[in-house]
Design a protein around this ligand. Structure first.
Ligand code: NAD
Length: 478
């Protein structure tokens, strides 16, 4: 199964244009290690053309009416819905998540975030009177959108939707690994009829194109999601032109299970959540914190979940876990499993190598380490694979200390029968988000992290406001 290679083009100023560079980049299907499609390799000149188109389009788009934007969003949502199976296939081909998951979750994130932006367009007030002063919320300008491969539709949509709703224009640079779903997303935007230049897409390598965007004097903001290393480089490149940078980076989220909780469900759900999307989710609960005296109980349940996880072909409906997204990711995960064993953590399930019966593809074993110490690297560094670290704690204070003893601060999880107690712990966690008792993500709630997990917030009203500038007009009321 491959992707239509005639789509190896850039989308600039409302048209699919042939790339200057005649070479194409193969998109590798991580399940087969074979090419799933070919995409264009963008150049700095094409970035300049896209930014220039976005700049030209900004003057009219920034003052378009709510009604105009609302109608376009409605049509884009309709196109995304109609093409959701194609989108899902592209996601599974490019980054390996099981097709059912791609269809029901990954692909639907486009509709989700566009829908949220549509709702906000109907209700959000872009001005506020403060005495005799009027405060206007205005679009910040031309925005560079740089996205990763782990949730390719979600991360594209959660930036593009609020940016366009705010009246900004965008130049999108999707991850080199996962450009196929981004091309379909762009086609949906095109079909909806957004004016030329409002949305532009350039595929190609991050270091060159990402840097050209971050340092571009005519780009007003960069919205970035990805690794901490690349996020830091974006901020450095953006600094000389003093543009706004929003960063959604890594995480090492703790899932604190309190002693009053029945572990049968809580440990099983926490382990499954860590393995979901092959562990390649920035908010994955990768550190499970359990009372020390219940470690054995937690081990038995987590081991069972790991053994019951069916790893295999993303297009086989029996598979609950596909491969990780790339050879680079496979190697990184193997390295961390080796590190965990060398550090003396107890390997409960999984381990090095591919799961039995799989000789090809970037498949890794769902792995559980127990009796992990908070100072071990597998408890501190983001692995981005299906690797769970179970850590024992002595008291609630100790659990909170371990949870907060991290350079990251993206999400936290508290699982407890006593909701009042869970709420108290939620307040003590130095993280941008906390999920109590497995609460699902809320598309209207702010998404983002403390500390090295990033700057700024995405999703909902907070996500929209990232793309707005604030203007105070004094004496407005005379
Ligand atoms: P990455 O950070 O290199 O890539 C993310 C995006 O940034 C891609 O579009 C890439 O092309 C672009 N990019 C790369 N270098 C850039 C630069 N200098 N300037 C601007 N843009 C640049 O991610 P990766 O190499 O694919 O993955 C490495 C690690 O990052 C993973 O192992 C994982 O730990 C982490 N990661 C985190 C998230 C997240 O959601 N927090 C997502 C993806 C990867």
């Amino acid at each position: 199964m491959t992707f239509d290679t005639t789509k190896a083009k850039h989308f600039i100023n409302g048209a699919w244009v042939n790339p200057r560079n005649e070479k194409r980049r193969e998109v590798i299907n991580p399940a087969t290690e074979e090419a799933a499609g070919l995409v264009a390799i963008g150049t700095v000149e094409e970035i300049d053309e896209a930014v220039s188109a976005a700049r030209k389009a900004f003057s009219a788009w920034s003052v378009s009416t709510r009604e105009e934007r609302t109608a376009l969003f409605g049509r884009a949502i309709e196109a995304l819905q109609r093409r959701s199976e194609e989108l899902a296939r592209a996601v599974s081909l490019e980054m390996g998540s099981p097709y059912e998951f791609s269809k029901n979750v990954q692909a639907m994130c486009g509709v989700w975030h566009m829908g949220v932006a549509l709702e906000l367009l109907k209700t959000y007030s872009f001005e506020e009177k403060m005495g005799t002063t009027m405060v206007f919320k205005e679009p910040i300008g031309v925005c560079a959108v740089i996205t990763p491969w782990n949730w390719p539709v979600n991360q594209l949509a959660c930036k593009v939707a609020p940016a366009l709703a705010a009246g900004c224009t965008v130049v999108v640079k999707p991850a080199d690994i996962s450009p196929l779903s981004a091309i379909i997303f762009a086609e949906c935007i095109e079909e909806a009829g957004f004016p030329p230049g409002v949305f532009n897409l350039i595929t190609g390598p991050g270091a060159v194109l990402g840097s050209a965007l971050s340092s571009h004097p005519d780009v007003d903001m960069v919205s970035f999601t990805g690794s901490t290393a690349a996020g830091i480089q974006v901020a450095l490149d953006a600094a000389p032109t003093v543009k706004r940078v929003s960063q959604e980076l890594g995480g090492k989220s703790a899932n604190i299970l309190l002693d009053d909780e029945s572990f049968a469900d809580a440990v099983a759900a926490g382990t499954a959540s860590c393995f979901s999307n092959s562990g390649q989710t920035c908010v994955a609960p990768t550190r499970m914190l359990v009372p020390e005296h219940r470690m054995a109980e937690a081990i038995t349940i987590a081991e069972r979940v790991a053994l019951e996880t069916i790893v295999g072909d993303p297009f086989d409906s029996m598979s609950s876990m596909g491969p990780v997204a790339s050879k680079k990711q496979f190697d990184a995960v193997q390295r961390y499993i080796q590190i965990g064993m060398e550090e003396g953590a107890e390997l409960v399930a999984g381990g090095l190598g591919r799961p039995e019966g799989l000789s090809r593809g970037f498949y890794v074993k769902p792995t559980v380490f127990a009796n992990v110490l908070p100072e071990m690297r597998i408890a501190r560094e983001e692995i981005f694979g299906p690797i769970l670290a179970i850590i024992g704690y002595k008291s609630e204070d100790h659990a909170v200390h371990i949870a907060n003893d991290s350079v990251f601060g993206l999400s936290g999880y508290v699982t407890a029968k006593n909701l009042t107690q869970a709420r108290v712990i939620a307040k003590r966690l130095r993280t941008g988000m906390v999920h109590l008792n497995g609460a699902a993500p809320d598309p209207f709630a702010p998404f983002g992290g403390y500390k090295q997990s990033g700057n700024g917030r995405e999703w909902g009203r907070f996500g929209l406001e990232e793309f707005l500038e604030t203007k105070a007009v004094m004496g407005y009321e005379g």
